[in-house]
Design a binder for this molecule. Sequence first.
Ligand code: GAR
Length: 222
Amino acid sequence: MSPRPLALAILISGRGSNMAAIARRCAAQEIDATVACVASDRADAPGLATARALGIETAALAPAAYGTRDAFESALGERLDAVRPDLVILAGFMRILGGGFVARYHGRMLNIHPSLLPKFKGLHTHRRALEAGEIAHGCSVHYVTEELDGGPVVLQGQIGVRAGDDEPSLSARVQAIEHILYPRAIGWIASGRLAWRNDRPWLDGHALTTPVVEDFDALETS
Ligand code: GAR
């Protein structure tokens, strides 16, 4: 049983809107968790200032200062472990993490990816979904494994692609649902509904073999 509240360490590289959405729900006690630290690989990430304004401890570690990826990730792990995180939350952290770091937080690290995985792993997901003529798009919350964007997906939010959508419009609608779904998945862990056991996710006492999918279309058109 995790200590209460759950301690979160959140990794960002940019704006940090998902981090802020999670932190606000923790502060409002809608999730039984606390953001113990927000860390970034970029000192100029706007999300760091947002985190500080929310009263959260921040850290910036420049990969170039460490010479190798392993050295950077060891330093990052030590920095995170100083706050004893129960969960490491990747929220727009735009670096591929090595096996050592992934192993360090095995079963305790989540990511949000802006596509309906396994579709569109990697970058430029909105543009690629539009180019592929997809009629549905969205985001996925998944446990992190060594395979890039490949760990077990627990929760997905789906929206319809509209005629006339472009990359910014689609991205904005996906981000809006990310801010709902990522806190929800973390809340499931904080409340004990979602857990990592026997090397897989379990929800409500059952091994989760397919993600929970929420279709936001009804909300969009109303
Ligand atoms: C989010 O849309 C997230 O899904 C994406 O970066 C954005 C970060 O926004 N993550 C990835 O593309 C990871 N492959 P934010 O900094 O405003 O939360």
